[in-house]
Design a binder for this molecule. Structure first.
Ligand code: PGA
Length: 231
């Protein structure tokens, strides 16, 4: 995963059946030529579809298209029933992990320390951590992460009020929060996430290192249109 390129990452959350995932891949494959070669795009499907997605990308030689996950265990492999460890993922070509999404914090009570432990697991296993923060706890989240690991993170600024609401954050505010994130984490790539659509993506292309897309990534066509805005 080339962090010097802009990143357009999709998060399917817990949506889709296997057949729907395969249909998305077929549509994506057929329209892949519309994705700019200087943009890295990635999809984080639900765990059961990770191998399907990564095998599809590998078999089509989509070099700038990567597979991610939406969470991972804060523990190493072992006696942790129900957890998905880095070892489980090691042969599945997983390149990035979305960590500390606000839905994980809200519904699964994830703490800053849990997220920091997941960052460690990622970095020990060659997976890029994409740490989600709202502007209210940027410094608290950064403080929980080992100082040497901070600059190895990608950070996604995800304002709670913008997630899934259609109420995307104005670019001026995004630019200000990106500065704050760089103060806390260092010179890391910073993505914006929250109601990104093909209609508003372009305005984030100039001021961010990419976007994290939820709802609009469920449609391969919309996702490709968003990536095209970053060319
Ligand atoms: P949304 O989700 O694009 O549907 O607002 C963004 C996210 O949760 O990362």
């Amino acid at each position: 995963m080339n962090l010097t390129q802009q990143l357009v990452l999709g998060n399917w959350k817990s949506n889709k059946t296997l057949k729907e995932a395969e249909k998305w891949l077929d549509t994506f494959g057929a329209n892949r030529f519309q994705v700019p070669s200087d943009v890295t795009v990635g999809i984080a499907p639900p765990f059961p579809f990770v191998l399907t997605v990564s095998s599809f990308f590998a078999s089509h030689h989509f070099d700038t298209v990567v597979t991610g996950i939406q969470d991972m265990s804060q523990f190493p492999a072992g006696k942790y029933t129900g957890a998905v460890s880095a070892q489980n993922l090691s042969e599945l070509s997983v390149r990035f992990a979305i960590l500390g999404h606000s839905e994980r914090r809200k519904y699964f009570h994830e703490t800053h320390q849990d997220v920091a432990n997941k960052v460690d697991q990622c970095l020990q296993n060659g997976i890029h951590p994409v740490v989600c923060v709202d502007d209210e706890y940027i410094f608290e989240q950064a403080a929980a992460i080992d100082a040497a690991s901070l600059v190895k993170c990608v950070v996604a600024y995800e304002e709670l009020s913008a997630i899934g609401t259609g109420d995307n954050v104005e670019p001026d505010k995004v630019a200000t929060v990106i500065d704050t994130i760089k103060t806390a984490f260092g010179q890391v790539p910073v993505l914006y996430g929250g109601s990104v659509t093909p209609l508003n993506a372009k305005q984030y292309a100039q001021i961010t290192d990419g976007v994290l897309v939820g709802g609009a990534s469920l449609s391969a066509e919309k996702f490709i249109q968003i990536a095209a805005a970053f060319s």
